[in-house]
Design a protein around this ligand. Structure first.
Ligand SMILES: NC(=O)c1ccc[n+]([C@@H]2O[C@H](COP(=O)([O-])OP(=O)(O)OC[C@H]3O[C@@H](n4cnc5c(N)ncnc54)[C@H](OP(=O)(O)O)[C@@H]3O)[C@@H](O)[C@H]2O)c1
Length: 220
């Protein structure tokens, strides 16, 4: 995020405001996980493949892992474009968690490229998603790469263990530019306390690692 806490611009355009070192940091974190998780809006806006560079694939193999983490997409409405770049890469399986709101046409085309888990109801239940990944795919560690809306939902449910945060030397301003926890005007249901467990500076960026502590049941 920027110095003023923004994670994207008001137009939600892909913005390149962090360094090459930060991108490597992202790849390294991704490569440690059994699965990588992304919200539909970030997938659509950033059009990422969620792969892993060759060198990190080798390191994973040495650790007895598959070459790349499985790629998990969350979408309530399910209108995911099957021409996105993620579907052109077969580096690892793709799993989509959505609801029966996903139009039949999308169900047919996406089922050719991914495994679909469609639940009843309006929204994907993120705790059920995590249990399904554990039970069906033996996934123990998940790297969530955002966006802010998905991150906030995970926080609200108490489903985040660790936050890796890079502070980049920019400011965007703007009330309509999402912060780390999105755009919601509402307070979180409870304050989330974090323990700083690592901090280092590379160039002009600060790399922080927070352990998320148990959430306190009180208003902010
Ligand atoms: N600076 C960074 O590190 C960083 C990282 C990631 C993304 N971004 C930026 O963030 C922006 C997008 O973020 P965003 O907050 O708008 O969206 P997001 O979190 O990427 O995706 C939100 C979407 O995920 C789906 N979803 C399904 N279940 C959900 C649940 N329980 N909770 C939340 N979402 C759920 C919904 O998709 P449907 O609408 O399909 O139902 C929802 O609209 C992009 O501009 C991207 O570039 C920045």
């Amino acid at each position: 995020m920027t110095v003023d806490g923004k994670t994207t611009t008001r137009n939600f355009t892909p913005v390149d405001f962090t360094s090459r070192e930060d991108k490597l940091h992202l790849f390294r974190q991704r490569a440690l996980a059994d699965a990588v998780l992304i919200g539909h809006t970030s997938l659509k806006r950033d059009n990422v493949r969620l792969g892993v560079p060759l060198e990190l694939q080798k390191a994973r193999r040495k650790r007895g892992q598959t070459p790349a983490p499985i790629r998990v997409i969350v979408s309530d409405k399910g209108k995911i474009d099957n021409r996105l770049k993620i579907f052109q890469s077969n580096i690892s399986p793709i799993v989509i968690f959505s609801t029966r709101r996903m139009p039949r046409k999308y169900q047919q085309t996406l089922a050719e490229k991914a495994v679909l888990h469609l639940s009843n109801g309006e929204h994907v239940d993120l705790a059920v998603l995590l249990y399904t990944l554990l039970d069906n795919y033996k996934i123990h560690t998940i790297a969530c790469e955002g966006g802010p809306t998905l991150f906030r939902s995970l926080l609200e449910r108490g489903l985040v263990d660790q936050l890796n945060l890079t502070i980049a030397p920019s400011m965007f301003g703007g009330a309509s530019a999402p912060t780390l926890t999105g755009l919601s005007k509402e307070f979180l249901p409870a304050s989330v306390d974090c323990a700083l467990i690592d901090m280092h500076v590379v160039g002009e960026e600060c790399f922080l690692t927070y352990q998320i502590k148990r959430q306190r049941r009180r208003r902010n």
